[in-house]
Design a protein around this ligand. Sequence first.
Ligand code: BES
Ligand code: ZN
Length: 863
Amino acid sequence: MKRMSKKVKRLFGGFKPKHYELSLIPDRDAMTFTGNVTIAGYKTHRPNKRITLHQVGLTITGAALTKHDKKGDQTFMASRINNHDAFDEVRLHTEQMLYPGEYTIKLTFKGKITRPMDGLYPCVFQHKGKEQVIMATQFESHFARQVFPCIDEPEAKATFSLTLTTPANETVLANTPVKSQKKHGRNIVTTFETTPIMSTYLLAFIFGELKYKEARTKTGITVRAYATPDNVEHTDFALDIAVKCLEFYSNYFGISYPLPKCDLVALPDFAAGAMENWGCITFREQALLVDPNHTSLAAKQQVALVVAHELTHQWFGNLVTMRWWTDLWLNEGFASWMEYLAINHLFPEWQMWVQFIVDEQHQALKLDALEHTHPVEVSVNHPDEIRTIFDAISYSKGASVIHMLHDYLGAKAFKDGLHHYLNKHAYSNTDTVDLWDAMETISKKPVKNFMHAWTSQPGFPLLTATVHQNKIEISQERFIANSKHRQTSEIIVWPVPLLAATNVPNDTLIHNHGDFEMHYPDKLKLNQGQSGFYRVLYDNDHLDKLGRMVVAGTLLPLDRLGLLDDLLESAKAGKVTAVKVLDFLENFHSEDNYAVWDVIATLIGALRLLADEEPLREAMKPFIRDLTAKQVKRLGWDHKKSESHFDRLLRPIVLGLAASADEPSLVEKCQNLFLQMSGADNIANIDPDLRGVLYGTVARLGDRPEFNKLLALHNASTNSEERITLTAALTSFKQPVLHERALRLINSKNVRLQDVSYWLAYSFMNRHAKKQTWRWMKAHWAWLRKNLGNDLSFCRMPVYAARVFSDDSFLKEYKKFFGTIMEPALERSFKQGVEIIELQSAWKARDHDAIKQYFAHYNSAKN
Ligand code: BES
Ligand code: ZN
């Protein structure tokens, strides 16, 4: 286990690389590699006797430095080569003084290939009954240094010329096309074209048994989708989306894609979802492959979004890159917004902007309600902290504030501003303020002033609106979920766009506390369309009026779901009671919109957390059955050819809720279908959208035979979505012996490292298994750390555990365990976890008895 110093030291200030000639010879059988690199660059700063580069785990076997100047070239051998592990550095010491100027550094080195999915790593799969291994790289955020010595910081942009020696009969890919190849025994030596000027984290190469499908954009860019031989037939959908996105972005950004080719590669083992390596984009299989027999509509839509996201980065991120990880959100927040713009353009009937609010904004608002959130622009002090900021703040809050800005500027000024930004900073690096500057120059609006408040401060506002006669009074305060923190937090204000759509202009901003005169306060709904990143609470009378508008059908879906989510989260925060939320939910009995139902499902999930005792769970069931009855009847089990995208997405949600409340017709349907399934062959007869409902229901009510059958399906499946759906089922049995079996699978050969976090997160979500899962996690912490320690999912573990507990007694145990194993990658998530347990416990203490009474009343009124 490596020790790390407290502060990140930046090396770019000391040496600025311009060009790398990198040659690597991986040995797959020995799981090692050797290499040499020549780095041309400029040494800055004061004269001294060393040059420092990044490396981790490498053995540097030779180093020579050549100084180039008027007097000609002068070469020095390194007198000492010191690896400084605590800093991920290698220091090349010389006897002579090194003055600033042009240098070439030549290094030879060797390293080990290990199983964790960063740096250079193996991806294992079966082909024709034989195990095959693809070798692939994952360099973001700072893992290029595991493969070659370099200045591994986003600002250290350079060009790269890569030469690889790999087995002659295999596919070999990198960022750019092949420049030359020559056979060398059973190997082939491939040199790739020099890359554009770019950051080290975007470099990539892959070799192994891969097949592809190919298409071309209108301007002649070759787009290929690669996968293992058995999977390549499932790449058509992604390939088509990729071509269309490349064309859309070239046009939207007004800059053509700068490389002659773009590869999309589905890898059998992959830590994140996908990675935007320039011209060589990598994906987890589930995020690229669409198999009509096995892929659900939700997963297919996700493929479209992921492809669109990574392709956005080819401009926003790759061409123009954040200067430092503090501005990671520029990359991820922007791409997380742009993916919706592109897919909305390709599939208007998918209503992506409605989904955006639920899938991005609501997730961001939830995390941002914690005291231990962070500002969108976040300081990063330690390399291990970098991965903790790939979270809903950088991604979804980033996307949400962009959404608000888009609304504020209008589509045209926004697009023109972007064009200006990308052109001005192409092949270079930026900070957040560069984006605002560009938008301000083009739009002539005070963008900096408006946006700074949203990206530099943590949290977001809660507006309290009180309607009197013809007048409305509005005030703002920071929305803090954990009431314990409310008094201590400092006062922050935001410029809030009211979006009231009455006679107040749409971009009216309230800065603190305001009174507004309005003609129709009766129909007033603030934040119309929900593009503002804030929540609103209304006085009781007005809320009743809004409820009647829900029933009358005069509010749009976004406004309906906004009201509901604001109310739910206000209840969690103790601003209103849970019963008030349930009363308001009464207005939704005729609701038929998928996105609104998505929020209703979240709401019911949240209420279940208050009710982990069996009688109360039982008491909730009739209510849930009644609430879903209309839609269950309308949609039925079988989907219809003519139905809308939203209705198809709605079916698994509504049937899932009803089945979880023991709706007899559904339980019977699931159990019968399951009995008829004899093996992997006839899974294909079951709608992929409904497999989760089916497996989940038989597991929840089943025992050993069901477990065995589901496990057999899991082990036989080669489809990664299917395996995850089965994981959700295998972890949701009631019987402790079956949890024990599920937990034992996690570190067995039947579960890929990339899927471990699903197994754990799902196991925690099973209320009968959460304590057992907690014990398993503690007992296997060293294993998790060793195998997933660099993975994003690793730093989320504390939150996976915390979010299922709502009792103070657990808090002590939680603090005790994490106290003993704390490290920078876990700190943020641990503090959030503590806060989540605290606020959930407080909510339970406040509202548990009242909801128990509510359901008792509900049931006695029925009988
Ligand atoms: N750049 C990220 C992938 C990444 C994240 C690599 C963190 C290393 C560390 C990529 O663009 C990304 O955001 N991927 C997402 C999917 C996307 C559609 C939200 C992911 O991997 O979840
Ligand atoms: Zn991204």
